[in-house]
Every structure is written in C-alpha cells, then in structure tokens.
Design a protein around this ligand. Structure first.
Ligand code: NAD
Length: 264
C-alpha cells in the first residue's frame, strides 16, 4: 500500500475487497477510487469518460442514463474484479437556478443522472453485492454522494437540491430494504468540495481567481473541503470497521451546517 496524502480518517484495510466507483474519473470519485486502491482494494471506475480513472483501476465506460450500458458495464466490472463488496454511487452533475429558471427538459435531464443514475447502478450491482454479502455480512455496502443541498435550503439550487433530497431519501429506503441481506447503505453530504466541477463554475465568472478567493472566504473553515476529505469519509463508511453503520448521512462540509462562528 502506498502512503496516501488524503487519509484524514484512521487507516482502513480494504485488502481482498473489490469496489466499483461511478463518476470515478474526476473529483470526489477519482479521489475515492485512488484511496480505496491505496488501501488494498481492487477498484473499477464506471464513467461516461473514464479517461481520468486513477492508475491501477479498471475503467469501464457507461453513461448512467443508459440502463443497458450500465448493466453491461457493471457486469464487465464484476467479472474483472471477481466479486463486489462496495458500490460508490457518485456520478452527478450540477444545476443552478430557481424553479423558474429550468424547464421540464432540464429537470428530466438532471434527475435522470443524479437520481435515476444511482438507481440503475444499484439495480445492476445488487445481485453481485448480495452474493458477496452472503459470505461477508457487514463488509458489503453502497455509499452515495449526496450533498448538503439535500437539507440546507440553498438559494439558486431548486433542481439540484430536489435531486439530492431524493438521493437522501433513496439512501434511507435502500438501507431498510437491504439491511437483512447484509448490505449497508449510507451517503456522504459534501459542502463545497474543491473539484474540477467547481473549477468549471469558477471559470465561467468574470474574474475566476477573485471568485475562488471569495468562495473560500465564505466557508466556515476559510477553505473548501478537498476531494480527498470527502473520499476519506466515503471510504470510512465503506470500510469493514463501519459494519454497524447503515442509513446514515455523513456531512463533510467544513462545518457549514453545524457551526456558527458568532454567538447570536
Ligand atoms: P466532477 O465533475 O469532478 O466529477 C463527476 C464525474 O462524474 C466525472 O468523471 C463525470 O464524467 C462523471 N459523470 C457525470 N455524468 C455522468 C453520467 N451521466 N454517466 C457517467 N458518468 C458521469 O464532480 P465532483 O465535484 O467530483 O462531483 C461528484 C459528486 O459529488 C456529484 O454527485 C456531486 O453532486 C457531488 N457533490 C459535489 C460537490 C462539490 O462541491 N464538488 C458538493 C456536493 C456534492
């Protein structure tokens, strides 16, 4: 195992385990795939553009809006991995605006990726997860990348927040459905995480450097959380040591929701 620079939580050993990370070719997903690999897991990355999949992982190409492609890609990944212990449902896209700003087509497009995409991946992976869980209960899990937008009431995020609210509810319902099968289901709720997604948002601003500085300044910690910090939380929930944790949402938001810097 190589030393990882993003190991904010106690070391977890994934030796002998196999993981599939969706959206694993960039940002939070890539950091998660790399961390699981560094901790001994065999890792496959499902992405619509897997060219950025971390070295040493198995790239499989699929768009999560295409059920047929997802089923084929998951089958290929499981065949190459030999088994499946961990599904990280992370592929997602952003959306900005109030309910008046996005039309029906845009709602369908975003929810198709951010909500149904997770459903398709879980449906395709559950038979393999179930097979593994029969021999290793507690070591088998699904972890979704949700968002604090699910519960925070953020401005200009109606569509994105509605989707992430659905992801949170989906996570809890799946945790109930698969509990007795030995499959744990949790999610992480990042605040603002420094990933290529944020770079793209900032690049659209008039002065990206000033906008980045302002974004950092707005965070309670004075900086965004890193992709590696979110990955560490995902890996923690997926680790064998989390065998008693299911139906949980873990915020990785630098204190955004829980902390007020001044007393009222
Ligand atoms: P990113 O853009 O860096 O990475 C997203 C990855 O998902 C990319 O590799 C992309 O190719 C893949 N992807 C997108 N649509 C896909 C599709 N239809 N099929 C297959 N792959 C697809 O973004 P990120 O910031 O790492 O975001 C990852 C997850 O984290 C998302 O679910 C996002 O909602 C969530 N999140 C991010 C932040 C943040 O501030 N960055 C905050 C809260 C939640």
């Amino acid at each position: 195992m190589s030393a990882a620079p993003h190991t904010g939580l106690p070391p977890a050993d994934f030796t002998g385990m196999a993981a599939l990370v969706t959206g694993g070719a960039s940002g939070i997903g890539a950091a998660t795939a790399a961390l699981l690999r560094d901790r001994g897991a065999r890792v496959a990355v499902l992405d619509r553009d897997p060219s950025g999949a971390p070295v040493g992982t198995i790239p499989v190409r699929a768009d999560v809006t295409d059920d047929h492609a997802v089923r084929a890609a998951v089958a290929r990944a499981v065949a190459e991995l030999g088994a499946l212990h961990t599904l990280v449902g992370n592929a997602g896209i952003g959306a900005v605006g109030t309910v008046e700003d996005n039309d029906d087509a845009e709602w369908h497009r975003v929810l198709d990726v951010n909500v149904l995409g997770l459903v398709r991946c879980a449906r395709a992976a559950l038979p393999a997860l179930r097979r593994t869980a029969a021999g290793a209960p507690g070591r088998v899990s699904i972890t979704h990348t949700c968002s604090i937008a699910a519960t925070a009431g953020l401005p200009q995020r109606a569509l994105y927040a509605a989707g992430k609210g659905a992801v949170l509810s989906l996570t809890l319902a799946m945790a109930a459905d698969h509990l007795r099968e030995g499959i744990r289901v949790n999610c992480v709720n990042p605040g603002t995480a420094d990933t290529p997604w944020i770079d793209r948002l900032l690049d659209a601003a008039d002065d990206p450097a000033a906008e980045r500085a302002a974004l950092h300044a707005r965070q309670p910690m004075g900086r965004m959380v890193t992709a590696g910090e979110v990955a560490a939380a995902i890996a923690s929930l997926a680790s064998p040591g989390a065998s008693g944790i299911t139906g949980t949402a873990l915020a990785v938001d630098g204190g955004m929701q829980g902390v007020r810097l001044r007393a009222v």
